[in-house]
Design a protein around this ligand. Structure first.
Ligand code: CO8
Length: 260
């Protein structure tokens, strides 16, 4: 598949997707959203890919939001449709069944922060800025920001960011629990790849079930979440990797996982 606005690279079990419109700080226009959807469907189906890194091209931005030129033209029904379209692609990423790491190399604003929040883990370069500035444009976040931000950092802090529209720096984002780690800018991709390779080496089915248990459990009651966990734990017990992992421990050797 040929893309104009994103790059997709694969090395062994790791794929890297780069939003590639640096001239507009990687803003998400409709075509970019559609290309991301195609790419993530393809990565979901590719069994050789065990983890994905998502980043932005150029030195300044991860993604500076939805494309404001396109946004300025939307009427009410087109606004609903575009928000739903973006939300669906971010849900695809969130439910990919393999870890997706956002390597936040620059501004992650509006739809850019929403994209990063749909990833499972977030590494931020020192000096980056994140925020939900939509309020300054007369709109609210539309790609899941009002929902995922509140779940990640709590209602009060989410409202502070969504109502105030200010940018915060990487250290503050880390303090809020919005990013997992802050790393030196020139080490960001190296660290993201190291993390991606580490996760790619874990037993694939257990990884998928862990993602599902945590994500779906958070959307349900504790009792439903525990029920889901028990079922997924049972599924793990039927895998070859569980036999290998427990067997290797008992035989005092390193496990060799097959992903089955
Ligand atoms: N959309 C379109 N173009 C953009 C965007 C954007 N989001 N961000 C930057 N650009 C363009 C600029 O217009 C500029 O283009 P040009 O060179 O032709 O003038 C180029 O990128 C470089 O940007 P700046 O000159 O502004 O760079 P600065 O370093 O001065 O500033 C900032 C960097 C602070 C990141 C600044 O560009 C900025 O504030 N950008 C907009 C950030 C923003 O408001 N993002 C939120 C957008 S709305 C959104 O994301 C809603 C998501 C949900 C949508 C739901 C659909 C209905």
């Amino acid at each position: 598949m040929e893309y104009s606005n994103i790059l997709v690279e694969k090395t062994a079990s790791l794929a890297t997707v780069t939003v590639n419109r640096p001239q507009v700080l990687n803003a998400l226009n409709r075509q970019t959203i559609e290309e991301l959807e195609c790419a993530f469907y393809e990565l979901r189906a590719d069994e050789a890919v065990r983890a994905v890194i998502l980043t932005g091209a150029g030195p300044k931005a991860f993604v500076a939001g939805a494309d404001i030129k396109e946004l300025s033209q939307l009427d009410a029904s087109q606004g609903v449709e575009f928000a739903r379209r973006g939300q669906a692609v971010l849900e695809l990423i969130e439910n990919l069944g393999k870890p997706v790491i956002a390597a936040i190399n620059g501004y992650a604003l509006g739809g850019g922060l929403e994209l990063a929040m749909a990833c499972h883990l977030r590494l931020a370069a020192e000096g980056i800025k994140v925020g939900q500035p939509e309020i300054n444009l007369g709109v609210i976040p539309g790609f899941g920001g009002t929902q995922r931000l509140a779940r990640l950092v709590g209602e009060g802090r989410a409202l502070e960011l969504v109502l105030g529209g200010d940018q915060i720096d990487a250290a503050e984002a880390h303090r809020l629990g919005l990013v997992n780690q802050v790393v030196a800018a020139d080490k960001l991709m190296e660290q993201a790849r190291a993390l991606g390779e580490k996760l790619a080496g874990k037993p694939a089915l257990a990884v998928r079930y862990a993602l599902e248990a945590v994500h779906h459990g958070l959307q349900s009651s504790l009792a439903e979440g525990l029920n889901l966990e028990a079922k997924l734990f049972g599924l793990c017990c039927a895998t070859a990797d569980k036999a290998e992992g427990t067997g290797a421990f008992l035989e005092k050797r390193r496990p060799r996982f097959s992903g089955r």
